[in-house]
Every structure is written in structure tokens, then in C-alpha cells.
Design a protein around this ligand. Structure first.
Ligand code: ARG
Length: 264
């Protein structure tokens, strides 16, 4: 994770960002610390990268790497304003002993558009990640990739429209939740075929960034407004854990965007 010390909304690269509205780095830091401490309270290890001045979106660490079985695929941003983030994260990986590290040649916004189910890498495209980056991820990470097309600019990254509740095990399939209206007709048919038991989110669930959640298979960290979705997850045996991300949402981000999951 990356503390939003230099957080600001100075440019607009998604429909949530309005530079004419005030945004507070101080409030963003307080919300971010609460999120980090929530993970620690739940028993997870959180590593931090040093934030950099001039990179106000660097708090969205999910966009800077995809790690599966200790293999790292770095990122390459679409927006020039974020391009320099990729190199800071590349260095972090090198300094922390990740030997198997590849930087992509295609635009690839990492876990913003990639979701690992334990079996498959679901891969979004349409706004940010280049569809050719999907083939590149398959080749580099050596996992099967399923391409999904996003069609609503408000849900510009896959992680704003879908998250994995529980990874597949030898005896159980992966569980996911997603917002159907964010996907093309064909991609929706793919999701329904792959995940017939998925939790389908409503407009209200998606609007408050409820799909930008992080699950460890039991606890699901999601925005405090997403109680309707949280109640449905609780019915399925998950434990909703709520956090306030109202300041971070002004940049189009939520809990998941702030969180790169490192699978050693
Ligand atoms: N302002 C950032 C951008 O538009 C927000 C990124 C949110 N990250 C995410 N994983 N959805 O790039």
C-alpha cells in the first residue's frame, strides 16, 4: 500500500474525478490508515511503498503490479500523469527480492483490470488495459486469462465492477460478485457461464464502489455505504468489514484500488 501523502485531484482521467471540487490529502491519509489498520487487525501483513510528490494517484497501488506465485508482472499506465508510478513499484519489487519480474510492453493497469480466481485471471479491457496485455499476462504469468469487456466509463477498471469473494480450492469453485451492467453482452454470458452462483450487484451497490472490495475468503472489506451488498454477503457466510473511503472516491478509487495483493 502507498500512503496518500500527496493525494490530490489535479486532473481528470475517469468520470469520478473533478479537479474543481476540493479534495483533502489529510482526510485521504486518515481514511487510508484506517484501511491499512483494518487489514492488520484482520491478521494480514501490509508492506508500504514510499509515496512520491507529483504522483497524486500513487495511493492506488492495485494498478502497479500483478503477483501470482511470486512472479511479478509490472504495469504500464494509459494516462501520462500516472506513467512514472510503474518504475517506483518496479524498484520496490527489486529491493524486496522479487527476482522474477517482467515489465509489460502493452498498457496494463495491473490489478485494476486483473482479478485472480485461484484458477483463472479475469482480465478487463475497454478503458485502460490494452486487450493485447491479456495475452502478455498469460505468457508472463503462465496462467489462463479470460478477457472481459467493460462498457460503462464509470466502471473503467475491472476492480470497480467485480471482485473475487473466495478463490477456488481443490473441492470448491471460486466465488465472485459483479455488476452485470458494467460488462458487454458477450462478457456477461462468459461470467454467467463461469460463475453461475455469483452475487450480482445492483446499481446502488456499484455506485458507492461496493464492488471495489477486498476479500480474504472470509472477511470482506468494503465501503461503509455498501451495507445492502454487505448484508447479502453476510447471508452467504462472509463477514462484511466497513471502511470510509469518501475522500479516495473523489479520485475514483476505493479499498481495492488502494491494495495490491501479493501472492507469494
Ligand atoms: N485516479 C485513478 C485513475 O483513474 C484511480 C485508480 C483507481 N484504481 C483502481 N484499481 N480502480 O487511474
Amino acid at each position: 500500500m502507498c500512503e496518500p501523502r500527496y493525494f490530490a485531484v489535479e486532473y481528470s482521467i475517469n468520470p469520478w474525478m473533478d479537479p474543481s471540487k476540493p479534495a483533502s490529502a489529510e482526510r485521504a491519509v486518515a481514511q487510508w490508515r484506517e484501511l491499512r489498520d483494518t487489514y492488520r487487525r484482520l491478521g494480514h501483513t501490509v508492506d508500504e511503498i514510499t509515496p512520491q510528490p507529483g504522483l497524486p494517484d500513487m495511493v492506488f497501488a492495485a494498478n502497479s503490479g500483478t503477483v501470482i506465485d511470486g512472479r511479478v508482472l509490472g504495469s504500464r499506465f494509459r494516462a501520462p500523469q500516472r506513467a512514472a508510478e510503474a518504475e517506483h513499484f518496479r524498484r520496490w519489487f527489486v529491493e524486496h527480492g522479487y527476482r522474477d519480474l517482467t515489465m509489460p510492453s502493452k498498457i496494463n493497469e495491473a490489478e485494476g483490470d486483473f482479478a485472480w480466481t485461484g484458477r483463472l485471471l479475469l482480465a478487463g479491457t475497454g478503458f485502460r488495459t490494452d486487450p493485447e496485455a491479456h495475452a502478455e499476462a498469460q505468457e508472463v504469468l503462465g496462467v489462463p486469462v479470460v478477457s472481459l469487456r467493460l462498457i460503462d466509463p464509470k466502471y473503467y477498471h475491472l476492480d470497480t465492477a467485480l471482485f473475487v469473494l473466495a478463490e477456488a480450492t481443490d473441492s470448491t469453485p471460486a466465488q465472485v460478485a459483479y455488476y452485470p451492467a458494467a460488462f458487454s453482452a458477450g462478457s456477461l454470458r462468459v461470467l454467467r457461464r463461469l460463475f453461475p452462483d455469483a452475487v450480482e450487484a445492483t446499481d446502488a451497490d456499484a455506485e458507492c464502489f461496493g464492488l471495489n472490495a477486498v476479500s480474504d475468503g472470509r472477511n470482506v472489506v468494503l465501503p461503509v455505504e455498501a451495507t445492502a451488498l454487505g448484508d447479502r454477503l453476510a447471508e452467504r457466510g462472509y463477514e462484511p468489514v466497513y471502511v470510509d473511503i469518501s475522500e479516495l472516491r473523489k479520485a475514483g478509487g476505493g479499498p481495492k484500488c488502494c491494495t495490491m495483493e501479493i501472492r507469494k
